[in-house]
Design a protein. Structure first.
Length: 250
């Protein structure tokens, strides 16, 4: 596994680093390069001051240059991270999660074998060029959650993040945060693009992904994130991600 400071020392404009961790809790940091972090095993969670991204197997998260972030996983995780100078990769306009196809997955595995120790005009460089060309074609996945910035609404959000199963309705949560339910509802849409109900459902979905990836049972996870009816949880999961929880991690 490469030392955490090594990527900053590399001179190549594009290179791939493979890492395996029994558990991960990286400190807050920002890279000068764009990062494309592919997860092949486990589930990776990435937080910034503006949101949460959860990355299950066969997905990757784009992190833009200078994005202050923190990555974590409570269980073993295997990643392959492509680092690229901003001028050589067509990164998206904002951090996002994408589904990684088998071709890109195999190319990343190959590129991780030679790091930045390759000639700029040789076959290894051409392989890296193919990766860079393929990345913009990968489909975005609905695995992110924007955080509100208004302190009153953020207080509601933090309460739900700490206890996703709590049954409180917006009226109760807003009163605790010192704001009316009507104002809270308006600000959720304005600052996150989601209604309060949509935001809470997405939070529960992402936390469920984290816990399912750690090996918890579907029934246990459904209860932990606030569903009394496991069938309802499975239905929401399948509607959002296209598969039932049992099939999603196969």
């Amino acid at each position: 596994m490469m030392d955490a400071t090594a990527p900053n020392a590399m001179q190549c404009p594009v290179f791939v680093v493979a890492e395996r961790h029994d558990a991960l809790d990286k400190p807050w940091l920002a890279e000068r390069r764009a990062q494309f972090v592919h997860v092949s095993e486990g589930v990776l969670s990435v937080r910034t001051d503006s949101g949460l991204w959860v990355v299950p197997p066969h997905h990757a998260v784009w992190l833009l240059p200078g994005a202050l972030h923190r990555a974590s996983s409570r269980h073993p995780v295997m990643t392959r991270t492509l680092f690229a100078n901003p001028e050589v990769v067509a990164a998206p306009a904002r951090n996002c999660v994408v589904a990684v196809d088998p071709l890109v997955r195999e190319l990343l595995i190959a590129a991780a074998e030679f790091g930045d120790g390759y000639a700029g005009d040789g076959p290894q460089a051409r392989l890296v060029d193919v990766i860079v060309d393929r990345l913009p074609l990968l489909a975005a996945a609905p695995l992110s959650l924007p955080y509100p910035r208004d302190r009153r609404i953020l207080r509601i959000a933090e309460s739900l993040i700490a206890q996703p199963a709590q049954p409180g309705v917006l009226d109760e949560l807003a009163a605790d945060a010192g704001v009316t339910a009507r104002t809270a509802a308006r600000l959720f849409v304005k600052e996150t693009g989601l209604t309060f109900g949509q935001w809470r459902q997405q939070l529960r979905l992402l936390i469920a992904l984290e816990r399912l990836g750690a090996g918890a049972s579907v029934t246990q996870v459904a209860l932990e994130v606030g569903y009394n009816d496991v069938s309802s949880f499975i239905a929401v999961f399948k509607e959002s991600l296209g598969e039932t929880p049992a099939r999603y991690f196969r």
